[in-house]
Design a protein around this ligand. Structure first.
Ligand SMILES: *[C@@H]1O[C@H](CO)[C@@H](O)[C@H](O)[C@H]1NC(C)=O
Ligand SMILES: *[C@@H]1O[C@H](CO)[C@@H](O)[C@H](O)[C@H]1NC(C)=O
Ligand SMILES: *[C@@H]1O[C@H](CO)[C@@H](O)[C@H](O)[C@H]1NC(C)=O
Ligand SMILES: *[C@@H]1O[C@H](CO)[C@@H](O)[C@H](O)[C@H]1NC(C)=O
Ligand SMILES: *[C@@H]1O[C@H](CO)[C@@H](O)[C@H](O)[C@H]1NC(C)=O
Ligand SMILES: *[C@@H]1O[C@H](CO)[C@@H](O)[C@H](O)[C@H]1NC(C)=O
Length: 235
């Protein structure tokens, strides 16, 4: 279990924030059925055991995946999960508020096909926010650890912050509590109660504000990531 930084402040904020929130979705990964409706784009292996989802890429070394939940979530949500990387390099990413650029489903058959290749998500016919963290693919990512928020379409880098998650050898089976708050124009991204970045979508010319939509996990090979306790709360 993690020990939050500033435990008193964190506990107070979390308690107050949760007071009026409604749980929309919880996945404890307690059986293979827990991911049987998720939609994979690109090759991956997904194993569920011991209340843990373990994700790894598959296929050729430059094939990547995006793994969608079928649920459509509203505009104002707080999403939390526990993350533990067990093999690096690679990169982890979280998509949220994903819709077609016309406001429809990302699974509308009239959209272009997708197979996990990044450009299909950042510069095509879907609108979404996506936060990358544990960025360890490129030497430039490994020698300066930041987490990024990008907005699609357009590959707009709209926010960035230092990423405190260490390398796998120092993770030592620790799980990190990731929290993403999407409150209309406002987005925050935190790890163990520490704010990495925020974004207020009023100051940039990056297209319409992202609203409701689907969420997904993405990884770049050869990362192996473990996920536990995925929850989505309505603010
Ligand atoms: C929860 O809702 C009640 C009634 O609407 C309100 O009085 C209270 O301030 C809210 N609490 C928080 C933490 O927002
Ligand atoms: C898994 O958890 C869900 C609730 O989150 C519950 O409905 C289901 O029965 C559980 N399945 C098993 C196999 O324990
Ligand atoms: C299962 O998860 C628990 C934490 O809930 C952990 O302590 C234990 O080591 C895990 N067991 C295995 C076999 O991974
Ligand atoms: C998932 O399980 C399969 C079969 O047991 C195994 O071959 C594979 O390595 C596992 N993958 C991960 C990411 O744990
Ligand atoms: C995915 O689609 C792109 C074209 O957008 C193609 O270049 C690539 O080979 C495809 N990858 C796989 C694994 O099919
Ligand atoms: C977004 O955050 C700003 C301050 O950073 C605040 O003034 C504004 O009311 C927030 N908007 C929403 C929709 O919460």
């Amino acid at each position: 279990m993690h020990v939050p930084l500033l435990p008193t402040l964190f506990a107070t904020a979390a308690t107050a924030a949760v007071a009026n929130q409604t749980l929309l979705y919880r996945n404890t990964f307690n059986s293979s059925a827990s991911i049987s409706t998720w939609i994979a784009e690109g090759p991956l292996t997904a194993n569920v055991s011991n209340n843990t989802l373990t994700l790894a890429g598959a296929g050729n070394s430059n094939d990547y995946f995006v793994y969608w939940l079928p649920e459509v979530f509203p505009d104002r949500i707080r999403v939390t999960w526990d993350f533990s990387p067990i093999a690096e390099p690679g990169l982890a990413m979280f998509f949220f508020g994903a819709q077609s650029v016309t406001g429809g489903s990302i699974f509308d058959p009239s959209l272009k096909p997708r197979n996990g290749s990044y450009a299909q998500y950042h510069s095509s016919d879907i609108r979404t926010l996506h936060a990358s963290y544990f960025r360890r693919s490129l030497p430039s990512e490994r020698n300066f650890h930041v987490a990024n928020l990008r907005k699609s379409p357009g590959f707009h880098l709209v926010s960035q912050g230092a990423d405190p998650i260490p390398s796998v050898e120092d993770v030592q089976d620790q799980y990190y509590k990731i929290e993403v708050v999407k409150d209309k124009r406002n987005v925050t991204f935190s790890v163990n109660g520490l704010l990495l970045f925020s974004f207020d979508d009023t100051k940039t010319d990056t297209g319409p504000v992202v609203t409701e939509g689907r969420i997904a996990f993405r990884q770049l090979q050869p990362l192996v990531g473990r996920y536990r306790n995925l929850e989505v709360w309505k603010l």
